[in-house]
Design a protein around this ligand. Structure first.
Ligand code: COA
Length: 322
């Protein structure tokens, strides 16, 4: 049996840090409100001349180094992003050029905040079926470029960053199961209304920015993530206590706490980066994974549950032996 195993992780955060106090100067908000409602204190923002592929490249180099691999060993590149550098080529192709790797398959996946979970699930299928042996899977975003800095209901929530993993075919257990879902009926609760196909004018008048009905998104997210935890445990015949680490999408500390409660898991076994990173969309799960691998919390052989929820709505989970 062939499994997909993570052989290296990497991440990158831009240097510029935006604090809640900085936001107090932009909109009618307070540090206290943001921390109490979201758990966020700071977030990173890409420099003016930095784009998504720059962030993806740094994270990828670090993941390759951690895996002891060279870019030439990679036979598949998948980038999850909602904020691509260009309409085309894909950010994955731009990253491939940066890595000086020519010829292997490279494409983007768009599932907003669930993007990395989708991308890693796709890579898992390629590896299990023998179509790839060594894949680079990246979640990278410059989501702050989609924010209206006058809208306090969204601009305090998001940040920029990138996370990456190298995954390889292995006889030892790695990814045990993946679970992907979507329901486009919720398209309007969290979206950017404009888009290329509607013409450039569709992006004017605020329609090129993130809009969200926050409290409605919150309720659906909590219920949906609770259900996917059950689905994942049942599919693997596992109990809550079999999970060593929860690596959730980092949107809001209250959503994370609700999922941990569902798992009857102490917050000591939940990787939480939302306080320092904000919501980095597709980058949030691989960023959190890399942080906990590098600081020594996550050890080889442990059982990890990753989950995410985002615009679409999309949601998904991955259970794996690290
Ligand atoms: N600072 C101060 N007040 C704010 C504010 C801000 N940044 N943003 C909104 N408010 C106000 C609202 O205007 C509202 O005021 P009102 O009662 O006078 O109308 C009040 O705070 C409560 O707003 P509400 O939206 O009900 O608050 P909430 O407790 O639901 O928290 C979110 C708002 C956005 C933090 C929360 O709903 C959330 O996290 N939702 C999920 C978002 C998410 O995860 N999105 C991404 C999914 S991938």
């Amino acid at each position: 049996m062939i499994y997909t195993r993570i052989s290296g992780t990497g991440s990158y955060l831009p240097d510029k840090v935006l604090t809640n106090q900085d936001l107090e100067k932009l909109v009618d908000t307070s540090d206290q409100w943001i921390r109490e409602r979201t758990g966020i204190s700071t977030r990173h923002v890409a420099a003016e001349d930095q784009t998504t592929v720059d962030l993806a490249e740094y994270a990828s180099q670090r993941a390759l180094e951690a895996a002891g691999r060279d870019a030439q060993d990679i036979d598949l590149i998948i980038v999850a992003t909602t904020t691509p550098d260009r309409v085309f080529p894909s950010t994955a192709c731009l990253l491939q050029k940066r890595l000086d790797r020519h010829g292997c398959a490279a494409f983007d996946v768009q599932a907003v905040c669930t993007g990395f979970v989708y991308a890693l699930s796709v890579a898992d299928k390629f590896i299990r079926t023998g179509s790839a042996r060594c894949a680079l899977v990246v979640g990278a975003e410059t989501l702050t470029r989609l924010l209206d800095w006058n809208d306090r209901s969204t601009c305090v929530l998001f940040g920029d960053g990138a996370g990456a993993v190298v995954v390889e075919a292995s006889e030892e257990p790695g990814i045990l199961s993946t679970h992907l879902h979507a329901d486009g009926a919720y398209e309007n609760l969290l979206s950017v209304k404009g888009g290329i196909s509607q013409g450039y004018d569709s992006l004017r008048d605020g329609n090129g920015y993130v809009t969200m009905k926050g409290n409605e998104v919150f309720k659906v997210a909590v219920n949906t993530l609770g259900r996917i935890v059950d689905e994942t445990l049942e599919a693997n015949n596992l109990e809550q206590s079999d999970i060593d680490w929860l690596i959730p999408h980092q949107a809001n500390i209250r959503i994370i706490q609700a999922t941990a409660k569902k798992l009857r898991m102490s917050m000591d076994h939940v990787v939480v980066t939302v306080g320092e990173h904000g919501n980095t969309s597709a980058a949030s799960v691989p960023l959190a994974l890399d942080v906990a691998v590098r600081d020594g919390r996550i050890q080889r052989g442990e059982t990890l549950l990753m989950e995410a929820f985002g615009g679409g709505f999309t949601w998904g989970s991955i259970l794996l032996k690290y």
